[in-house]
Structures are given as structure tokens and as C-alpha cells.
Design a protein around this ligand. Structure first.
Ligand code: DGL
Length: 269
């Protein structure tokens, strides 16, 4: 059984891509709606909330958890993998969502430690939460692999709050405004580095214009998990998907319907 964890509704964008790529696989989705948004939280809070969520999913029987939340992956994953996870759950695995995107943007394997390639002329705009931007994780990992590349990071405060509340039109307007801030930078590619943002991908696309390629993180993550399971088939299990929330299941179900058009029967964890 594979767990998919997000601070709230955003990870449903990732989960949909995983379900499409691996239709027979059993998943458990956990949205920590009671504690969302994570973006404005401190590092210590994000680490503790992520640890608690992983612990709950492992106790439920997941052998592998995809941390769909970029904020949790950027801020907490490395600490948890090196400390708590290795001690408390040595036989379980947690995967983040940055690695597949960095592989796609840099055009090379994560394990390739040859000198950085010259990607002068590539201009990337990252849209993410404040905590993800502050972590510097994306730019740091890109620079190990690519020199000459220019990266602008745009924090998008308030966007997750509007999406969690299902306020789509206000969310679209806010997203478009954030996208407009990079017009002078003129990116060649953009990365929506928060699972919630693909819910208003149309607003980003309209403001950025057709010449900017938007990298689809859900698709990158789905391809990567597909490959991972080929190498680690023990995590494969057939079954449906269970939807869990730390919040109010009725409200979460209604908001998820507004956001995704899918009627998902959430239960309280
Ligand atoms: N959806 C999460 C992410 O991918 C975090 C959003 C939030 O809770 O602030 O970054």
C-alpha cells in the first residue's frame, strides 16, 4: 500500500496522475487539512507535522509514502530520512516530489554526479509557498546540476488558503497576479512548485503566455514512481484508494468536489 501525503487538497493533483499511471495500485491519501496551510509555518512545525503524518501512514500499513507536499519535501524530508525515519521505520520509505522535477529540468539523472552542465540561456520561474522558497532547496539542487541557468523564485502567499476554501475565482485572480510578476524576467519554463497550484494552472498559463512551458510535476512524479516500483516491486499492491483527512470529512469532501470535480468519500483519521 502506498501513502500519498499533502497538507490539504493539493496532493489530489499528484494522486490523480499516480492513479492514471498505476491504475491497479492501492493508495491511501492523507490530507492534513486541520493544519493547512504549511507554507507560512516554521521549519520546526513543518518537520513535526510531516513526521506525524508519515508515522500515521506507516502504522496504517503503508510501506512507501510519497510526500506530495513540496513544502514538506523541501523543508523536512532530508532531516527525517537521515534521523527519525531510519531509526523508527528502517524498512519503510518516503519519497519527495522535487527529485523528478529536477531530473526533468536538468535533463539528467539524480545520481549523476558529473560536473554541472552549461544551461546558459535557460530561465526558470518557480512558484511555491514561502517556506519552500525560503528553504532554497530547489535552486540549490538545480545548481549542483546546471550552471548558467537563471532561476527566479516567487512565493505566493494566500493562494493555498483560497484554494483550501474552494474560492476558485479569487484564487485564479491571485495566481495570475503572481505570474505577471515574472514578465520582465521572461522565463522559458515555469514550475508550479506547490501541489495546489495546478488547480489554477489555467490562470498561470494565461498570464505567462504560450511561449512559457509549464512543467507538470504530477506527471514527472507519476513517471518516477512507475520506474521506482519497477525496481522495488515489493511496494506494489492491488486495490482502490482510501481518502483520509485530519479535518472535517464532510467539508473536505465538498471542497474537494469544487476543486477537482471528483466526489471523494473522505474519512477522519
Ligand atoms: N501543497 C503544499 C505544497 O506542495 C503546501 C501548501 C501549504 O500547505 O501551504 O507546497
Amino acid at each position: 500500500m502506498i501513502g500519498v501525503f499533502d497538507s490539504g487538497h493539493g496532493g489530489l493533483t499528484t494522486l490523480a496522475a499516480l492513479q492514471a499511471r498505476l491504475p491497479a495500485q492501492q493508495f491511501v491519501y492523507l490530507g492534513d487539512h486541520a493544519n493547512a496551510p504549511y507554507g507560512p509555518r516554521t521549519r520546526g512545525e513543518i518537520v513535526e507535522l510531516t513526521r506525524a503524518a508519515l508515522d500515521r501512514l506507516f502504522r496504517r500499513g503503508c510501506t512507501l509514502v510519497v510526500i506530495a507536499c513540496n513544502t514538506a519535501a523541501a523543508v523536512a524530508l532530508r532531516d527525517l530520512q537521515q534521523g527519525w525515519l531510519a531509526e523508527a521505520w528502517p524498512d519503510r520509505r518516503a519519497l519527495g516530489v522535487f527529485v523528478p522535477v529536477i531530473e526533468a529540468l536538468s535533463g539528467r539523472d539524480w545520481a549523476d554526479d558529473s560536473p554541472p552542465d552549461d544551461l546558459t540561456g535557460t530561465r526558470i520561474a518557480l512558484f511555491a509557498t514561502q517556506a519552500t522558497v525560503d528553504s532554497g532547496a530547489f535552486a540549490r539542487e538545480m545548481r549542483f546540476r546546471a550552471r548558467g541557468m537563471e532561476i527566479v523564485q516567487v512565493a505566493c502567499p494566500g493562494l493555498v488558503d483560497l484554494l483550501e476554501a474552494g474560492r476558485m475565482e479569487e484564487a485564479r485572480a491571485l495566481a495570475g497576479g503572481f505570474a505577471d510578476t515574472v514578465s520582465e524576467f521572461a522565463p522559458s519554463r515555469a514550475f508550479l512548485g506547490c501541489t495546489h497550484y495546478p488547480l489554477v494552472a489555467d490562470a498561470f498559463t494565461t498570464s505567462l503566455g504560450p511561449e512559457v512551458e509549464i512543467i507538470s510535476q504530477p506527471d514527472c512524479v507519476a513517471d518516477s514512481l512507475f520506474d521506482y516500483l519497477g525496481r522495488h516491486p515489493a511496494h506494489r499492491a492491488a486495490g482502490g484508494t482510501e481518502y483520509l483527512t485530519t479535518g472535517d470529512p464532510g467539508k473536505v469532501r465538498a471542497a474537494a468536489y469544487t476543486l477537482t470535480g471528483r466526489d471523494l468519500a473522505f474519512s477522519k483519521l
